[in-house]
Design a binder for this molecule. Structure first.
Ligand code: ATP
Ligand code: MG
Length: 158
């Protein structure tokens, strides 16, 4: 089976760069394939700290206007997406496959990658790992989490 819809979770680290090179080798020449390169921008679950505030005298105050926060947040995601596209432009030029570069906000890298795989129906994940040895387990926490969270094959690269 040839992979047609690969995603590389990218954090700028050397292992993730190696993963991208391998993914390019796998589908770069295939005009019917898509290569997704995506970064997860981790966000807090409760940006307004409503829980601690709710139990305090400050409960009636908002430190940030929610609408303003929402707008600034969207702007920030857009900027990060543009920055990532610029950073990867030369690495991804001259490929025959379709290329998608994206930044996704989520609570954790693992959740962000798993959601992306489901949403885009990806058929392979190629990602980096550190492999810090016996104490940390054989692969890192992000790659191990993704392996458990998705139903498609995961290739890890040092
Ligand atoms: P640890 O998190 O356990 O200290 P680590 O992050 O160096 O170790 P892994 O947990 O295996 O190693 O994760 C590394 C790989 O996970 C990266 O090479 C990259 O492919 C992916 N990754 C990590 N963080 C992100 C992120 N925010 N967005 C996209 N991909 C990521
Ligand atoms: Mg990490």
């Amino acid at each position: 089976m040839a992979f047609k819809n690969i995603v590389v979770p990218y954090d700028g680290s050397n292992p993730s760069r190696s993963a991208l090179e391998i993914a390019k080798d796998l589908v770069g020449a295939d005009p019917e394939a898509t290569l997704h390169v995506m970064s997860v921008m981790t966000v807090p679950s409760d940006p307004f700290h409503t829980r601690p505030l709710a139990s305090e005298a400050l409960a009636d105050y908002m430190l940030v206007e929610p609408d303003l926060y929402e707008r600034a947040f969207r702007e920030n995601v857009k900027h990060m997406r543009d920055d990532l596209k610029a950073e990867l432009a030369s690495t991804l030029e001259d490929l025959a496959c379709e290329v998608v570069v994206d930044v996704m906000p989520d609570l954790t890298p693992v959740e962000g990658v798993a959601t992306y795989v489901r949403r885009h129906d990806c058929d392979l994940v190629v990602m980096g790992r550190r492999g810090l040895g016996a104490v940390r387990g054989l692969i890192g926490s992000v790659s191990f989490g993704v392996l458990r969270a998705v139903d498609v094959p995961v290739m890890t690269v040092k």
